[in-house]
Design a protein around this ligand. Sequence first.
Ligand SMILES: *[C@@H]1O[C@H](CO)[C@@H](O)[C@H](O)[C@H]1NC(C)=O
Ligand SMILES: *[C@@H]1O[C@H](CO)[C@@H](O)[C@H](O)[C@H]1NC(C)=O
Ligand SMILES: *[C@@H]1O[C@H](CO)[C@@H](O)[C@H](O)[C@H]1NC(C)=O
Ligand SMILES: *[C@@H]1O[C@H](CO)[C@@H](O)[C@H](O)[C@H]1NC(C)=O
Ligand SMILES: *[C@@H]1O[C@H](CO)[C@@H](O)[C@H](O)[C@H]1NC(C)=O
Ligand SMILES: *[C@@H]1O[C@H](CO)[C@@H](O)[C@H](O)[C@H]1NC(C)=O
Ligand SMILES: *[C@@H]1O[C@H](CO)[C@@H](O)[C@H](O)[C@H]1NC(C)=O
Length: 374
Amino acid sequence: MYFTTALLLAGLPSALAVTYNVTVGANGRNAFDPEYVAAEAGDVVNFIFNPKNHTVTQSAFDPPCVRLDGGLASGFQPVTPETNPLPTFQVNVTGKTPLWFYCGQTGHCGQGMVFSINPPEDPSPNSFKAHKDLAIARNGTGPASVSPSSVGVYTTPPAPHWVTATATVTGASSTWTTTYTSYDGTPPPTPAAQPQDHKIIVGPDGQFVFSPARVEAAIGDTVTFEFRQKNHTVTQSSFMQPCRPLRDTSLTGEVGFTSGFQPVAADATTFPTFQIKVNDTAPIWGYCEQVNHCGAGMVFAINSVESGSNSLAAFQGLAQRINGTGATGPGSGSGSGSGSNNGAIKGGFSARVGAGAGMALALALALGTWFALL
Ligand SMILES: *[C@@H]1O[C@H](CO)[C@@H](O)[C@H](O)[C@H]1NC(C)=O
Ligand SMILES: *[C@@H]1O[C@H](CO)[C@@H](O)[C@H](O)[C@H]1NC(C)=O
Ligand SMILES: *[C@@H]1O[C@H](CO)[C@@H](O)[C@H](O)[C@H]1NC(C)=O
Ligand SMILES: *[C@@H]1O[C@H](CO)[C@@H](O)[C@H](O)[C@H]1NC(C)=O
Ligand SMILES: *[C@@H]1O[C@H](CO)[C@@H](O)[C@H](O)[C@H]1NC(C)=O
Ligand SMILES: *[C@@H]1O[C@H](CO)[C@@H](O)[C@H](O)[C@H]1NC(C)=O
Ligand SMILES: *[C@@H]1O[C@H](CO)[C@@H](O)[C@H](O)[C@H]1NC(C)=O
């Protein structure tokens, strides 16, 4: 009341300042109620601490659950059932900029105890729900926060056993010498006699999927991604780090491709595309960078080896496990493979150069140098 009065006496520009009461941990729940408010400059958010020992601490949208430098913080407010009156903490709203808060008590933020003033509305990537999901994903209790039914009993698959090889192959009227990375089961480094284009739809019907999620492509083929409504990306990653750009995880300076964000209006009838050329037989892994999409299973693979432990389903499971929010992702199954598994190649062009070859070397060579001799 004090603040409302003070604000009114101060004659703030807005007609009538509003005080929003927000309970902190009411009824023993680790939650703010309401979870967000839409407020104007001059309004006040009055947090009322209920029994237990919570805080109101300001964070950024990302990272959640981490105090923003110079941000507001109530400190711990231990409250017993006998405490009267309940302690309060006020935040003066100065504009429409979204503000993010959380409870700093151990475990609470990871349970989704976050609050926002003026969050963008769904389906914005910075919506309240996106923030809460992020808090649960980052500070929740880990793999358990992913619904077991979506990934089954999960063990991290081993890193692919990469090898390098050089082969001279003849396709159509050309002879090609190929240095490439591979592991058992990848296709032979045969250039396409007639290069083909493979089309992948990004986010059809508002779903967080690539369709198909897996294609097989020969050297020289292209893959064209067509972006549907929402705001997706096509970004190359690596098997072990499904939801991080290759440029951030490569030990060898590989940059990988990214389309950047491609916002597509709800009423769009033409769709932007992004095309890559396949230069190598090594599997190509990728995902959508939009907040929470990858953790929902929005990943794809080109030339993944479905017979081994590094299948598309394993890749997708890893993405959901590392970046999932606990919501059952739309795509817990494997993508629609092409089925044309040209079985001729298992091990055919792999030259084992020893387990020590490892990922680094493989990635270095994944650029796939290939030369047309004729
Ligand atoms: C808001 O909470 C304060 C106590 O902090 C109380 O005095 C006031 O009546 C409450 N306002 C409403 C509208 O519930
Ligand atoms: C959330 O996780 C981050 C990163 O691990 C950590 O720095 C932070 O302290 C955690 N926040 C809370 C409230 O536990
Ligand atoms: C409130 O929680 C903080 C952090 O966990 C702790 O340091 C403090 O002792 C607690 N206060 C009471 C009275 O339990
Ligand atoms: C909010 O505004 C009131 C009244 O002007 C002031 O007394 C209080 O210190 C302000 N609180 C913060 C956190 O700035
Ligand atoms: C997935 O999680 C990792 C590790 O927490 C993080 O570095 C990465 O940015 C996340 N990716 C996405 C797309 O959120
Ligand atoms: C697309 O998403 C990115 C990342 O979340 C965001 O920065 C950008 O503003 C969005 N674009 C549109 C038009 O919504
Ligand atoms: C294939 O090579 C071309 C030309 O060097 C390059 O622009 C493209 O990014 C490469 N494709 C992939 C998937 O790395």
